[in-house]
Design a protein around this ligand. Structure first.
Ligand code: NAD
Ligand code: IPM
Ligand code: MN
Length: 358
């Protein structure tokens, strides 16, 4: 069969270590299913600043553009935290999303039954929780004009938030399309009681909703949503929201699954090309200890198979293997109740590839 080219950007902190486990999954998929992957590594984030003087070198961007999909670890760390904007790893991440046109970030939070005890929430509250956050990824306050100025009382900083009708329409359509494949419920999250961008957001979502009469649409203010996610998580199906709200709400939703180390993501544009990365960051507090949870990254590979390659058999094999390994009681530190029995990153990865079946 056709060879799929995957650009691999490990990044910083725990990024390379979780990506390493995902690469084992790619290899196991080749053995089991006969699919062929060509992987090529690129420098990205803090390590690219150190080696090339920029977080997103042109050759890395070119590599991604020449690939069918991108597998990304995470970027950032204290070493670069006081750098100017251009020399921050996070600026590279925003740049790659923008340059590749990846306006839609899909972050599924499905609760594995056996991990209910790993969550800080009560198991009965989590019962039946299976939601997806659809986060707008290339607009809003992240990408608006930013500057400092001299105000009446000294220095001021300004971040501007802008959304166009077209940007809202395309992310709304993505979310409605996803809702149609699931429970046909969509919660659109905004702050329309205060923000002009949110008032436009709500208007446009209402207009797009006319194309999807079967989808039950709820508008919910972001502060209320943050609360309802903990109060009645199982009542959500698809949540669509702007860039910064989506960033925050998806980390909150991660705790429904037991750990941020469980949350995978897909960043998509108009075509089948996608960038796949865990929702978590470079976790400097545990970097280098080989104790990070690789499941978020491994499940991101399953998303890549489903959404970019259409390899549904291999995606299911990964998802089933993760569930089987967790059901057998295997845990990394972040999801372990008895931390003394926790597995290392590579032990978890090895168990998952051993459990993969055709
Ligand atoms: P973080 O997600 O890196 O870590 C938050 C907490 O979760 C930490 O205690 C960490 O140890 C834990 N954690 C995260 N992933 C884990 C995993 N796989 N297994 C076990 N525990 C895990 O968020 P942060 O500490 O706010 O940010 C650290 C750095 O990462 C910052 O530089 C930030 O800008 C960057 N960041 C990058 C991305 C990305 O590359 N997509 C995402 C978020 C944060
Ligand atoms: C994420 C991260 C990034 C974001 C940062 C590192 C720029 O938190 O991918 O969720 O805010 O989008
Ligand atoms: Mn985030």
């Amino acid at each position: 069969s056709e060879v799929k080219k995957i650009a691999v950007l490990g990044g910083d902190g725990i990024g390379p270590e979780v990506v390493g486990e995902a690469l084992k999954v790619l290899q196991k998929t080749e053995e089991l299913f006969g699919y062929k992957f060509e992987t090529e590594h690129g420098l990205f984030g803090g390590i690219a600043i150190d080696e090339k003087g920029t977080p997103l070198p042109q050759e890395t961007l070119d590599l991604c553009k020449s690939a069918d999909a991108v597998l990304l670890g995470a970027v950032g760390g204290p070493k670069w935290d006081n750098n100017s904007k251009e020399l921050r790893p996070e600026t590279g991440l925003l740049g790659i999303r923008k340059e590749l046109g990846l306006f839609s970030n899909i972050r599924p939070a499905n609760v594995f039954d056996c991990l209910k005890e790993a969550s800080t929430l009560k198991p009965e509250v989590l019962e039946g929780t299976d939601l997806i956050v659809v986060r707008e990824l290339t607009g809003g306050i992240y990408f608006g004009e930013k500057f400092r100025r001299e105000g009446a009382n000294g220095e001021e900083a300004v971040d501007t938030c802008a959304y166009s009708v077209q940007e809202i329409e395309r992310i709304a359509r993505q979310a409605f399309d996803i809702a149609m494949t699931r429970g046909k419920k969509l919660a659109s999250v905004d702050k329309a009681n205060v923000l002009e961008t949110s008032r436009l957001w709500r208007e446009v979502v209402i207009r797009v909703a006319e194309e999807y009469p079967e989808v039950e649409l709820e508008h919910i203010l972001v502060d209320n949503c943050a609360m309802q996610l903990l109060r009645r998580p199982s009542s959500f199906d698809v949540i669509v929201t702007e860039n910064m709200f989506g960033d925050i709400l998806s980390d909150e939703a991660a705790m429904l699954t037991g750990s941020i180390g469980m949350l995978s993501s897909a960043s998509l544009g108009e075509g089948s090309f996608g960038l796949y990365e865990p929702v978590h960051g470079s976790a400097p507090d545990i970097a280098g200890q080989e104790i990070s949870n690789p499941i978020a990254t491994i499940l991101s590979v399953a998303l890549m198979f489903r959404l970019t390659f259409g390899y549904h058999d291999a995606a299911k094999s990964i998802e089933d293997a993760v569930e089987e390994v967790l059901n057998a009681g295997n845990r990394t530190t972040d999801i372990a109740v008895d931390k003394s029995k926790a597995l290392s990153t590579s032990q978890m990865g090895d168990l998952i590839i051993a459990a993969m079946k055709k």
